[in-house]
Design a protein around this ligand. Structure first.
Ligand code: GLP
Length: 240
C-alpha cells in the first residue's frame, strides 16, 4: 500500500483528484468505481474544475459502490442524486455511462446479480475510489463474521444508520438496507484509491492498515490488494 500523507482535507482532495485525473488521461475509456459520503466531495469539486480545464470524461464509464434500498433516484439523499449533484451534472460524462445499483428494484437480489454482471460486462473496474465508515465498512459492507463476496443486499448496522442520519431529518428516515458491491467485487478493481480524512477516522484507519485481516474490519481486506494508494490527511494518520 502506498500512503500519501497530506496536511489537510483540501490537499487530500486535490491529490486524490490528480490521481483520478491521471487514470482518465492515461486511459480515456476507464471504468471508474465511485463512492459517496462527505469525504469525496472535495475531490469531486476538484474533478469538476479539471473538466472545465480540459479533462475529458466523454469516454469514461462509472459504477458506484452502493445505493440505499427504497430511495428513488430523485430523493435528496439517494446516492444517484448525490452523484448527479456533486459530479455528473458538471462534467461531460454521458449519463448512460453512469451506473448505480437500483435501490427501487422490485427484486433486490436480482438487482444485485444484474449489477455484478454489468461490472463484469464492462471488463471490470480500472480504478475504484473508496472511503471508510467508522466501523471499517467499505461500500456498505458492514463488520461481520465473514466477508460477503458479490454485490448484495445489506442490513445496515445501528452505527452506520446513526452516522448517516446527519443527512436526514431523523435516524428513523435513514433506509435500513442498501445494495452494495461485495468485497470480492471491490477487490477485483485493478487499482484502489482509498481516501480518508479527519481525526474521527484515525483509529479505524490504523486497524484497517496495521490490524489483522478480518471481516470484523471489512477495510482490512485491502491489505490483500496489490495496488492500493491511500491518500490521508495528517489527522487521519494521527494514530499510526
Ligand atoms: C457511507 C458510504 C461509504 C462511505 C462511508 C463514509 O455509508 N456507503 O461508501 O465511505 O459512509 O462516509 P463519510 O465520508 O461521510 O465519512
Amino acid at each position: 500500500m502506498r500512503i500519501i500523507r497530506t496536511k489537510d482535507y483540501a490537499e487530500a482532495s486535490a491529490v486524490a483528484a490528480e490521481l483520478m485525473a491521471a487514470q482518465i488521461t492515461l486511459k480515456p475509456d476507464s471504468v471508474i468505481g465511485l463512492a459517496t459520503g462527505s469525504t469525496p466531495c472535495g475531490m469531486y469539486a476538484n474533478l469538476v474544475e479539471k473538466c472545465k480545464n480540459g479533462l475529458d470524461f466523454s469516454a469514461v464509464t462509472t459504477v458506484n459502490l452502493d445505493e440505499y434500498v427504497g430511495l428513488p433516484a430523485e430523493h435528496e439523499q439517494s446516492y444517484r442524486k448525490f452523484m448527479n449533484t456533486n459530479l455528473f451534472d458538471h462534467v461531460n460524462i454521458k449519463p448512460e455511462n453512469t451506473h448505480l445499483p437500483n435501490g427501487m428494484a422490485e427484486d433486490p437480489e436480482a438487482e444485485c446479480v444484474r449489477y455484478e454482471a454489468l461490472i463484469n460486462s464492462l471488463g471490470g473496474v480500472d480504478m475504484q475510489l473508496l472511503g471508510i465508515g467508522h466501523n471499517g465498512h467499505i461500500g456498505f459492507n458492514e463488520p461481520s463474521d465473514r466477508f460477503v463476496c458479490d454485490t448484495n443486499c445489506i442490513t445496515l448496522t445501528a452505527r452506520t444508520i446513526e452516522a448517516n442520519s446527519r443527512f436526514f431529518s431523523s435516524a428513523d428516515e435513514v433506509p435500513k438496507r442498501a445494495l452494495s458491491m461485495g468485497i470480492r467485487t471491490i477487490l477485483r478493481a485493478k487499482r484502489i484509491l482509498l481516501l480518508i480524512t479527519g481525526t474521527d477516522k484515525a483509529e479505524i484507519l490504523k486497524k484497517a492498515v496495521y490490524g489483522p485481516v478480518t471481516p470484523e474490519v471489512p477495510a482490512s481486506i485491502l491489505q490483500m490488494h496489490p495496488d492500493v494508494t491511500l491518500v490521508a490527511d495528517a489527522d487521519a494518520l494521527s494514530a499510526l
